[in-house]
Design a protein around this ligand. Sequence first.
Ligand SMILES: NC(=O)c1ccc[n+]([C@@H]2O[C@H](COP(=O)([O-])OP(=O)(O)OC[C@H]3O[C@@H](n4cnc5c(N)ncnc54)[C@H](O)[C@@H]3O)[C@@H](O)[C@H]2O)c1
Ligand SMILES: O=c1ccn([C@@H]2O[C@H](COP(=O)(O)OP(=O)(O)O[C@H]3O[C@H](CO)[C@@H](O)[C@H](O)[C@H]3O)[C@@H](O)[C@H]2O)c(=O)[nH]1
Length: 443
Amino acid sequence: MKIAVVGTGYVGLVTGTCFAETGNDVTCVDIDKTKVEKLSSGQITIYEPGLEKLFLRNVKEERLRFTTSLYEGVKDAEIVFLALPTPPGEDGSADLKYILGVAKDLGELMTDYKVIVDKSTVPVGTAEKVYAAISKTYVGDFDVVSNPEFLREGVAVEDFMKPDRVVIGASSERARKVMGELYAPFVRSGNPIIFMDVRSAELTKYAANSFLATKISFMNEVAQLCERLGADVDMVRRGIGSDDRIGKRFLFPGIGYGGSCFPKDVQALVKSSNEVDYDFQILNAVMEVNKKQKLHLLPKIKKFFKNDLKGKRFALWGLAFKPNTDDIREAPALYIIDELVKEGARVCAYDPEAINNVRNLLGNKIEYAENQYDCLEGADALIIATEWNEFRTPNFLKIVTALKNKVIFDGRNLFETDAIKELGFYYESVGRAVAVPATGVKH
Ligand SMILES: NC(=O)c1ccc[n+]([C@@H]2O[C@H](COP(=O)([O-])OP(=O)(O)OC[C@H]3O[C@@H](n4cnc5c(N)ncnc54)[C@H](O)[C@@H]3O)[C@@H](O)[C@H]2O)c1
Ligand SMILES: O=c1ccn([C@@H]2O[C@H](COP(=O)(O)OP(=O)(O)O[C@H]3O[C@H](CO)[C@@H](O)[C@H](O)[C@H]3O)[C@@H](O)[C@H]2O)c(=O)[nH]1
């Protein structure tokens, strides 16, 4: 099939590449000239495990190309995916200006039947608005379909190639048939393509993200309770997660959910609810809990240093909002940095992939290290904000040698508390007992 993907960011590039991988002819469109030039010259623009290999193969096979011209991209396409940003507007609702702007342009360009697919996360009723925007200038036959994307960054290729399910909201048999054929290679193991009406598909995406965010905030509140009651959240997590009805996944407490999706999507669903006079009470609490949780380590750090962080030096491991990505949108690490710097502390950070993005955002507000051990040099404590695998079994001897104090504040519960205490560290994590070494701690 001939496919256009409009918007070549995290979702668009993965979508375009994976459809090319299954033999389709894909043109990705983006307004960012530099991005298109880079991609056209065979350079990948995001870090996503497994993507580069597929990207290079399909560019070489000429099944995947890039352009800044919407006309060039869509002129021969049977299916046009919109993978455009839907950032929060001033009031928290999803801003549809990118989607509706491109829809209007499509109306002016289209000359034959196409299936227009909302891949972006969009509020209920958006497909109808896209249909209306195109219809203003194009009078021929076309369909608008909702096909929300459920991929997670860091495992995006795997999620896209082997989805748990594909949701397709379509009102015409013709569009359902086209979409069913397109996705057939991705569901060969038997996972379902779930066809439904357009509005239900649009809501499914927000409901899925909001439910997952609720699970995380719930566990973060259980962690708060554990700290106060002397229980261990890892034990409680395993105790409840082994019940199939609850499930093991998305129960990890930490320093709050971040990223480009959960924060904005929970907020947008609350806003959509308000617009139809419904107060989605649980989600208001989910957002409130998450706001506090992002700074969960701060009072612990301040208390340890007797409320005086001026001139203190902190090593920070992890800047990306989660491991295996370079994405720093709504990353908890950024909130922690902001607070530490406000208090007069200095921060030296290391992340395997996200340093360039943070440097572009923060410049020399903080220092950056070449590797995880360099940033420990002379630091008063180590803070862990992202659970990259390489942080899980570090060389503790190097940590001890470089750090000024053997003190770790861990927002991702990477280490066993007893083991780390044995190594002589003072160690605070989330929802577990504070580990104080028998020898006490100097600072
Ligand atoms: N990132 C994820 O993990 C993820 C997963 C599922 C769904 N989503 C949803 O998918 C959508 C896209 O998210 P993303 O993370 O890929 O965003 P992104 O910001 O990484 O990419 C969007 C791209 O669209 C381009 N763009 C903007 N205006 C354009 C225009 N008029 N014409 C062509 N290109 C244009 C931008 O230059 C950018 O490259 C959002 O609605 C998001 O909520 C994201
Ligand atoms: O047990 C957990 C699981 C996740 N997180 C945090 O939750 C956030 C989101 O993680 P994850 O869902 O793995 O990453 P995303 O790439 O943001 O993916 C989510 O958002 C995407 C965009 O809508 C959806 O497509 C995915 O299905 C949905 O999982 C991150 O900050 C994680 O650290 C936790 O704190 N505890």
